[in-house]
Design a protein around this ligand. Sequence first.
Ligand code: ADP
Length: 334
Amino acid sequence: REAVSSDASLDDRQVEGALRPRALDEFVGQERVREQLSLVLDSARRRNRAPDHILMSGGPGLGKTTLAMIIAAEMGAPLRITSGPAIERSGDLAAVLSTLQEGEVLFLDEIHRMARPAEEMLYVAMEDYRVDVVVGKGPGATAIPLEIAPFTLVGATTRAGMLPAPLRDRFGFTAHMDFYSPDELELILHRSAGLLGAPLAEDAAREIAGRSRGTPRIANRLLRRVRDYAEVRGDGQLSLRTARAALELYEVDGLGLDRLDRAILDVLMHRFRGGPVGLSTLAVSVGEEAETVEVVAEPFLVRSGFLARTPRGRVATPQAWAHMGLTPPPDAAF
Ligand code: ADP
């Protein structure tokens, strides 16, 4: 493989694309998902048919887009990428569906944010490979059924529970994407460093992995920042010392908490005495959308034992108070 770092014309997003695994056996971790997927793909190949529709649930940066690309590559099928927010009316979806090629993989990111009328159209398309195009308006309107090519829908959502049941039921299976272990992140980092042509010391990889919030996208991003630092301020070597200095500069703390994570804990402790506080109040207080707090920050904080979800709201745990170097008030709710 060619190193991708020497080409100055590549921006960060292109580098992210260049670091994507292209085949199922290059994809690190998520054993169960990989096994489920390879079974579905093998059986589809055997029957010479498009694989069942697949739903992927999991937070941002865990590899959903990468898997969709791998599915298309493994099937030798073309891939179309769109997202829920881009589908504002059913006509937007009809335009995509009616131009699909046979066997094409349609990746629909943030599928839970698609417009309702489009959802109904998607049900029919998934089940019968048909789109009902409505011609005319009012009482004279007629629906003309249009046959479309058999395709595979790969839907991605941050939480499968957010999807209406009729939509969820139309997927052959749901791949639940989990956070990655530090060992898996180390593997990903070494692979990426190899592709970037920047040899990464073992202890530096461990350090970056431990601060990546269980998320490959974050691991790769931190790696690029460490590499920048090594090139500009260091001797180009990705050593433990360089890694620590770079991560400090970018305000990623020893456990991987970033600015938003710390802002949430800070507000929770200083303004709400550790909670409980409702999600929307918390989000307003840190100047973020509720969905960002819920999808981007919270799962990691909960998993790390810093935040608890209770029926009355979010609560900072004793561990969180300790991590922030604060003493909880005697009446703190945990
Ligand atoms: P999502 O679609 O879930 O937001 P992506 O598929 O875009 O996440 O992945 C983000 C980045 O992380 C990609 O650049 C990819 O290279 C890397 N990545 C994700 N999962 C893996 C994995 N299992 N092994 C190696 N790299 C991965």
